[in-house]
Unconditional design. Structure first.
Ligand SMILES: Cc1cc2nc3c(=O)[nH]c(=O)nc-3n(C[C@H](O)[C@H](O)[C@H](O)COP(=O)(O)O)c2cc1C
Length: 193
């Protein structure tokens, strides 16, 4: 598929068909993730591939708990209508975890984002690959990571970059609008003459 077409086709999907994702497709998605750049090529990411309905249910419950916290804290009204059911309905979840210690040289001067930045690039690669394969995805982060770490049995040093829900979209998804690029010349705030 032409690159720009793929970029614009990928959509966050919140309604999935139940058909399982083929093993070759899962492998292709994980491989695509691993071609992301990372500081010192440390590749801080690891993956947990989930099809078990009990684990999916626990992810959904962590989402519901987070939602209730947001409501109780006076979050935006639309959150009441937000449903994390798709997390349970998706045929596949991939939890993407990373070792924050693999952040490259930045870790020596207090710049702690390297591993998360790399893992975010990895997730984007995975989502684009999934879209190319006729699947769609949702980068799910609406949960307290400490709720899910024990569910996935993640060793203490790892952090969760997200849980990616994947499957065939159950309906057509409208593209949310994009801002035109906001950019300056040489210094912030300086527009082209
Ligand atoms: C880091 C990150 C976290 C996100 N977390 C959630 C989430 O927890 N739940 C959700 O429904 N969508 C989540 N999204 C999806 C965004 O809402 C979505 O990307 C945005 O609305 C643009 O739509 P598009 O991905 O179809 O272009 C997340 C996206 C990113 C990049």
């Amino acid at each position: 598929m032409e690159f720009n077409q793929l970029l614009m086709k990928r959509r966050s999907c919140r309604a999935f068909e139940s058909a399982p994702v083929a093993e070759e497709q899962i492998e292709a998605i994980l491989q695509a993730g691993c071609w992301a750049p990372s500081p010192l090529n440390l590749q801080p990411w690891e993956f947990i591939v989930i099809t078990d309905s009990d684990i999916k249910k626990r992810v959904k419950e962590a989402g519901e708990k987070a939602k209730n916290e947001v409501i109780a804290a006076g979050g935006p009204g639309w959150v009441k209508k937000y449903s994390a059911d798709f997390v349970q309905d998706a045929p596949l979840l991939i939890a993407v975890v990373f070792d924050p210690g693999k952040g490259g040289l930045g870790t020596f001067f207090g710049q702690s984002y390297g591993a998360l930045q790399a893992t975010s690039a990895c997730v984007q690669n995975m989502m684009l690959k999934a879209s190319e394969l006729g699947l769609e995805s949702l980068w799910f982060t609406f949960f307290r990571p400490d709720e899910l770490a024990p569910v996935f049995n993640i060793p203490e040093k790892f952090e969760i970059a997200g849980v990616i829900a994947l499957g065939k979209p159950a309906e057509e998804i409208k593209a949310p609008p994009r801002r035109t690029p906001v950019f300056y010349r040489e210094r912030y705030g300086v527009l082209k003459e």
